[in-house]
Design a protein around this ligand. Structure first.
Ligand code: ZN
Length: 410
């Protein structure tokens, strides 16, 4: 085992801190004790006995909350204006080195877990291994490997093109064999792939069903990229666990989300960062036009989902044009800007995100026995969500019981 993955010998106690557990509980003067890689105990300070050998941190004026989870990133993409041609011009090994740098930036921003929903070849699994063995710093990775798309479909530059039930089955099995913990399917056209339209359904209903069926057989859940209503409907009926983007949500589709308890992963940052660019910034005109046409509608869809109380988990689509790895927290600000309370936005990025991914028994909430992935913030993100985006306020990012970024790092 690499030195960096060894847990601390001593306990760590954060005392007199405001604690948000990620699931709804706030304790104003709390003490949290971490031993090894897990949370040993937590509660109001007066009720918690601190072990005599513990390293003590005075948490007065600070807030502790679970490490954040981004449910939609592409570590292999570098937020360049034209990610498709950039990726295609790179050697695969170079793309992997870039991804490693992006992983480090993501962790430093307080994102301790990511779900990577589409990568070049199977490089994401090599990166995951390097992080898990302590070779490189980075968030916990739940990876999809290649996205499954139709021939000529959206995201084929980070995907595997399939046609017909047999090819779908084979592709799902291949991703899982390579290390996929989630399967990604492309159910509509997209913004970045030239010649595809976001409101056009892609992959047939049968193909989507087979993908879900095969994934289920192998113990995996499916995330579907979908902007338009038909694609969302096809994917939800097929049995996917989450819809990524959900750009053109309407009342009827919202009811389907409810009925099937499907998560929306809004990725507000993706369309917004692209649409904010001027013509000539390097983003291909086709992508710029599509993003501009959809942004307002996307925001309305998010508001509808929030109003209806749909399950929402945070995802940024980091890696898409000007949507930088390490600036993932912008998504929380955008969600708050569109009506969520800071508490709701943090829950979408912690306990709800963990539940979507299926790791809610390990991370996403602060409770006894959970893995100690947490943030120590100077300020109060529950009243000022922007405190989370201010790097000077992130005093410590703890991953599995060790501070890995921020001034508290030993
Ligand atoms: Zn994406």
């Amino acid at each position: 085992m690499d030195r960096t993955t060894q847990p601390n010998a001593k306990a760590i106690a954060i005392q007199q801190v405001r604690l948000f557990d990620g699931a709804g509980l706030v304790i104003d003067r709390a003490t949290l004790v971490i031993r090894g890689s897990t949370i040993k105990t937590l509660g109001p300070s007066r009720t918690i006995a601190v072990p005599p050998d513990a390293i003590r941190i005075n948490g007065h004026g600070l807030t502790v909350l679970p490490g954040l989870i981004d449910c939609h990133v592409h570590l292999c993409l570098g937020a360049e204006p034209d990610v498709v041609s950039t990726l295609e011009s790179e050697q695969p090994a170079y793309t992997l080195l870039k991804a490693a740098r992006h992983a480090q930036r993501t962790l430093e921003a307080g994102i301790t877990t990511v779900r990577d929903v589409g990568s070049r070849d199977h490089t994401i699994f090599a990166l995951k291994q390097a992080i898990e063995t302590g070779l490189l710093p980075g968030p916990r990775i739940i990876g999809a490997g290649q996205a499954l798309c139709m021939i000529g479909g959206h995201a084929r530059f980070i995907g595997r093109e399939v046609q017909g039930a047999e090819q779908v089955r084979e592709a799902v099995a291949a991703q899982v064999a390579a290390g996929a913990q989630v399967i990604k399917v492309i159910a509509t056209g997209g913004v970045l792939t030239p010649g595809t339209s976001p409101d056009q359904a892609q992959m047939t209903v049968e193909e989507l069903q087979v993908a879900v069926e095969e994934a289920k057989r192998l113990g995996r859940k499916v995330a579907a990229h979908a902007h338009g209503g038909t694609g969302m409907t096809n994917a939800i009926r097929a049995g996917v666990r989450s819809i990524e983007h959900a750009t053109l949500l309407d009342e009827a589709t919202a009811r389907l989300f409810e009925r099937h308890a499907v998560y929306m992963v809004p990725t507000l940052s993706a369309l917004a960062t692209t649409a904010a660019c001027r013509r000539g910034c390097g983003i291909p005109d086709s992508a710029l036009d599509k993003a501009r046409a959809l942004t307002k509608r996307h925001q309305a869809s998010f508001k509808l989902a929030h109003r209806r109380g749909l399950l929402i988990a945070m995802g940024t689509d980091a890696g898409t044009p000007f949507n930088y790895h390490g600036d993932n927290v912008q998504e929380l600000e955008r969600m708050v800007g569109l009506g969520m309370t800071p508490k709701e936005a943090i829950m979408a990025s912690t306990s709800h995100a963990a539940r979507l991914i299926g790791i809610e028994n390990q991370v996403g909430t602060l409770a006894r026995g959970m893995i100690a992935d947490l943030l120590v913030v100077n300020g109060d993100p529950l009243t000022h969500i922007d405190h989370l985006r201010d790097r000077d306020r992130i005093l410590g990012v703890m991953q599995a019981g060790r501070f890995v970024a921020g001034p508290l790092t030993q």
